[in-house]
Design a protein around this ligand. Sequence first.
Ligand code: GAP
Length: 432
Amino acid sequence: MNKIVSLCKRRGFIFPGSEIYGGMANSWDYGPLGVEMKNNIKQEWWKRFVRQRQDMVGIDAALIMNPKVWEASGHIKNFTDPLIDCKKCKQRFRADRIPDDHAKTCGGVMTGERQFNLMFKTFIGSAEESANIAYFRPETAQAMFVDFKNVLQTTRKRLPFGIAQVGKAFRNEITPGNFIFRTREFEQMEIEYFIREADWKKSFEMWHEEILLWIEHVGIPRKKIHVKEVSAKERAHYSKRTVDFEYPFPFGVGELYGLAYRTDFDLKNHAAASGEDLSYTNLETSEKVVPHVIEPSWGLDRTFLAVLLEAYTEEEAPTGEDGKTETRVVLKLPAWLAPIKVAILPLSKKEALSAVADPLYAELSEHFTCEYDETQSIGKRYRRQDEIGTPYCVTVDFESLEDKAVTIRDRDTMKQERVAISEAKEWLSAHL
Ligand code: GAP
């Protein structure tokens, strides 16, 4: 885990938030490479689950919604964690997450348990009065229920169909930590899939498999995932069945994604609270039903972390000196996830080489995310690209001026191939 955190900082994937002010506990900023990789995850998810499916549409709703939403959804009453304070060291714990060694190291007397609401409060307008309280959304899901009627009317979707959203969620977590695993501000990729009640088991199984297929797609073997049936006591207040997909993080097995059967809980409550009819009418039979909901929910930051952990590899590689090897760090990311797809590396800063490399960068960067790097030895530049997971390095050397070709190096095999400059784009398209 320390190696990943250090690589993220050193190479510009993730920085500690507000670092020049001494940081802010458990806040993290995605840097130049991090934002590319995070966008790759979001875009691939959107393509796979929204654009390529006929039964799905997307929305992008406001983060701060009418507070009545959170009353109707049950979050004001139920979205709580049990909190306990130590009277001696003044530390605060989630009642079910008190570190094993606390009794030994501190031994302080604990307060009784009290419920702590996880929603972040703010005020709308200039007066900080209770009438103006609003909440940052603790899940993206509610907008799909609140916008259900508008979506139904504008898209004319028939059951079963889903509404998807990607965006930030906020929770005043009592015990954030483990890098980007548990933070107070994070991103979710969620689907509310509307079905007839009779179909809930079939639909649950369909999304169960879709989640596992996605996990494989991001480069995590299915066999590494522990599928946990969440007990009734542990389930969220709206769920009749929940399955957690858990990944073996270095700090312990933890939830990566969740799948819940939310029944008609949300639509029914929003219909009652808003006075709007949120039912669905079957046009053939005129039968009216309140749809039930299956909710697959993906954490974006946890995906990012699991993907990095899975891709991080240390291996022995030849140094170029006879028989000698050194440890090279490689991020063996699936090519679609890599923040930089192609690095263009002129062997030296000489003008003759940039005269070839510059137009090549201009051409390739129209199609792939590219990086241009002309400083340091070529060996060091290859190692740097290996460490950030760049699938291909394109080297422009003095021979390129003669044979109008470049060397393309494969990240994983380190094999090099001479390719005509005029064919470089096609070659890369075929391999990426
Ligand atoms: N709408 C359902 C819902 O929000 P959840 O299990 O509370 O369910 C879904 O959250 C996913 O969001 C989790 O599986 C996890 O990947 C991610 N997540 C939840 N809390 C998080 C936090 N504090 N930091 C980072 N990711 C979090």
